[in-house]
Design a protein around this ligand. Sequence first.
Ligand code: PGA
Length: 251
Amino acid sequence: MADRRPMVAGNWKMNGRGKDGVALAAALATRAGGMPRAVELLVCPPATLIAMVGKALGATAIALGGQDCHVRPSGAFTGDVSAEMLADLGCRYVLTGHSERRAGHGEDDTTVRAKAEAAHRAGLTAIVCVGETQAERDSGRTLDVIRRQLAGSLPEGATAGNVVVAYEPVWAIGTGRTPTPGDVAGVHDAIRAALGTRFATAEAMRILYGGSVKAGNAAELMAVSNVDGALVGGASLDPDEFWAIAMSVSA
Ligand code: PGA
């Protein structure tokens, strides 16, 4: 992993009431002292829970992130949350361009890029998600799709400090199916190369793998070249499972 600090990020998606989020955060907080400092841990709760989760995490080193942000800092955008609002709650990260936003909310690369720029404006690090669908993979277009998404979604000012890339094959999200380590290596190597054509700090940028990461497969996936951590959905709702993933990354 060169000198890149691995990250394990939990994407809670639209799950949890206050008591659930606080209990999950508290369960992680009690373990946090045992976390190797080499690994950066992040949780991205739904917007309604961010303040409570931040409080439950207290002074631990576990970071907070949002799952999405609007491109503007404030204004007449009913139902939206800005990057500045996330920063105000103590977030340091925000996911942009998750496939559930791209597919479910019609977000294209231009929007994702504008959201990453909004994150930077607010002082947040954008975790920019890319990934191919099953049909794109079946037709041999995986790398073309990933390169196009990177080209369109990453702002010019991207650096290792303000951007993390997450490769999440759409067909692997929530399905229990994962690409082979060889396939993951092929995509992550291609992402590293693509970053290198545009960004001076490409070698130091972290590239996470996401899509059905579990305690049982994390060690194998995290050992792959150019995999610098994991973006975890379903398994991040179980503190034991999430912790086991984090520990396997640090191993
Ligand atoms: P999953 O989700 O781990 O439940 O597959 C990953 C994600 O969507 O970030």
